[in-house]
Design a protein around this ligand. Structure first.
Ligand SMILES: Cc1cc2nc3c(=O)[nH]c(=O)nc-3n(C[C@H](O)[C@H](O)[C@H](O)COP(=O)(O)OP(=O)(O)OC[C@H]3O[C@@H](n4cnc5c(N)ncnc54)[C@H](O)[C@@H]3O)c2cc1C
Length: 538
């Protein structure tokens, strides 16, 4: 019998299959077994938020671009709502990435389109407080909200970003019900979707191309203008002559993500590094790029994220519907910008695979948890990291095989914020009508009411490993700013110690943001890629 689950949705044309049939230059590294040399005006390493936007802008200016992507090319026909396949094919380390001591899990994309292919579409402008802090603390000039607003306008229009007009799913409705009852702020999330079917599988790749990720927007635009894409091909190191970057050495990868043995020598007038947090610093480290203050990979931030799970009488079905549509900023700057850690409240989708990994438990307990999934709501709190002396983030290191690992110790400052965020989320879920709520902590039971929970959480030990923490927002590691003690690139993305090298992605943020990062990356990348394009085409 035919396996219907493996069939693409009929009537939706796969953009990439059509484009390649029409002549787009997309080369699969798996088929490259012999050395080659290629030339372009600009080489872009990485095809996510920063790389996609840069590719569109640079090709619009008539520049010849080569895009390198370590991940594979997967497009709408491949997105069959299968968690296992998606995590294996579309995520870094098969979605098993974690910090060095395994204190936090890290979800990050690795595919053509980068993390934008698997993200949950929430699109916020950078908070003023964050931009002001960057200016005052790190000397990030020319990047206040007024200067950035035109770039936000432009990218919101390009990616069809607007507040979600449908009713929230039951999972997200917890925010409205709970916050209204408690008198807390809540709002509707703007999403980058066009004709969204409200399926709820954004994290597995959008099968209807409704999500306006780089895969269906900027990258196809660049391909139409003659860009060359080399996928399953990893940038190994930068090619340098004195203090000039002259290109990139790249390795095509086979299906097992191992080098095929061939070497690609790619020459260009400029190199844009858009590998995202962790990978962009890793490329600079592998290249032994000059770094007098030892800043490469330092100040890598994660928005460390805590969870709570609420059980409801009615069905919640946390796997259906727009994954994130409501949020609360009640606690994000409540304790000042650089005081105790503030956090943004959102909900997260729970599909069976992710749920079993996050909720934990074994044997009968695990069975009960999973059978109860339809009645479970999952809230998250994204802790703003990087705004306090005790919140310096993590450092990227290289393993023996050249692959990166992030050392991010979970310290007392963070755990204090996490404890407060548990109390907040538990209170919100009870106010929303939950019958029982459990914070993401190995020693926490399901509490039956807010009083019991408050007392219980007060007695919990908050320590690394027993306190569940994860991240889907890797930022920083190549901080921008005038302050050379902390920063590696200038506010236009140019590398301080080499010519012709630009970092354009989420790794340039000198702190985390306090909002989900994609729109900040799109806007700042559009600004910096435009300046670069004008310079190169002058
Ligand atoms: C599950 C999930 C949900 C999310 N939801 C949201 C959301 O709702 N809203 C939001 O704002 N953000 C969300 N994010 C985060 C957001 O998508 C990312 O912050 C953003 O895409 C990062 O952009 P980037 O350009 O820095 O890197 P990425 O988009 O990660 O792109 C980097 C790309 O470069 C490639 N690469 C790296 N190194 C090399 C190399 N050496 N050679 C070749 N290729 C290389 C990588 O394989 C990757 O494809 C989510 C993330 C996840 C994981």
């Amino acid at each position: 019998m035919q396996d219907l689950s493996a069939l693409p949705i009929s009537g939706i044309k796969d953009l990439w299959k059509t484009g390649i049939a029409e002549g787009w230059q997309a080369l699969n590294g798996q088929t490259i077994t012999e050395d080659r040399t290629l030339e372009a005006d600009v080489i872009i390493v990485g095809t996510g938020a920063g790389g996609g936007v840069s590719a569109e802008v640079l090709t619009e200016h008539g520049l010849k671009v080569i895009l390198l992507e370590a991940g594979q090319l997967r497009s709408s026909d491949d997105f069959i709502l299968d968690e296992g396949k998606a995590y294996h094919d579309l995520y870094q380390e098969g979605a098993m990435r974690a910090t060095k001591d395994a204190g936090m899990t890290i979800l990050q994309g690795r595919t053509v389109g980068g993390t934008t292919v698997v993200n949950w579409t929430s699109s916020f402008r950078t908070p003023r407080q964050t931009l002001d802090y960057w200016r005052d603390r790190f000397g990030v000039s020319d990047l206040d909200r007024e200067a950035l607003n035109p770039w936000f306008d432009r990218m919101e229009q390009r990616l069809n970003i607007s507040k979600w007009a449908m009713p929230p799913n039951a999972n997200n409705a917890v925010i409205k019900k709970g916050c209204e009852k408690l008198g807390w702020h809540w709002g509707i999330i703007p999403r980058n979707v066009s004709g969204c079917w409200n399926i709820g599988y954004c994290g597995m790749g959008c099968p209807t191309d409704a999500k306006q990720s780089m895969l269906v927007t900027t990258l196809p635009a660049a391909m139409k203008k003659g860009a060359t894409l080399l996928y399953s091909t990893r940038a190994e190191r930068l090619l340098m002559e004195g203090d000039q970057v002259v290109g990139v050495e790249a390795r095509p990868l086979n299906q097992a993500k191992e080098p095929t043995g061939a070497t690609l020598t790619l020459k260009a007038r400029a190199v844009v590094v858009s590998g995202g947090g962790i990978q962009s610093p890793a490329l600079l480290l592998r290249s032994e790029a000059p770094d007098p203050e030892k800043r490469i990979g330092k100040r890598t931030f994660l928005h460390p994220t805590s969870f709570t799970f609420g059980r409801y009488q009615e069905e919640v079905a946390p796997y259906y519907g727009a994954p994130q549509s409501l949020y609360s900023d009640e606690f994000i700057f409540k304790y000042g910008v650089d005081g105790p850690g503030g956090y943004k409240l959102e909900m997260m989708p729970l599909h069976p695979g992710l749920a079993s990994a996050l909720i934990g438990g074994t044997g009968e307990q695990a069975r009960q948890q999973i059978t109860g999934l339809p009645h479970l709501a999952a809230s998250i709190a994204l802790v703003r990291d990087g705004f306090h002396d005790h919140s310096e983030g993590g450092s990227v290191e290289l393993r023996d095989n050249g692959e990166p690992v992030l050392d991010y110790p979970v310290n007392g400052y963070l755990l204090e914020a996490v404890k407060r965020s548990h109390l907040t989320q538990v209170e919100m879920q009870f106010a929303a009508g939950a019958k029982a709520v459990r914070p993401g902590h190995s020693h926490a039971p399901y509490y039956r009411n807010w009083d019991e929970a408050r007392q219980g959480i007060e007695t919990l030990e908050y320590a690394p490993f027993i306190t569940s923490l994860g991240s889907a927002h890797v930022m920083g590691g190549c901080a921008m700013g005038d302050d050379e003690k902390h920063c590696l690139v200038n506010h236009d993305g140019s590398y301080k110690y080499l010519d012709n090298l630009y970092v354009i992605d989420g790794s340039v943020f000198p702190t985390s943001l306090g909002v989900n990062p994609q729109l900040s990356i799109y806007a700042i990348s559009a600004r910096n890629a435009t300046a670069l394009a004008e310079k190169l085409s002058a």
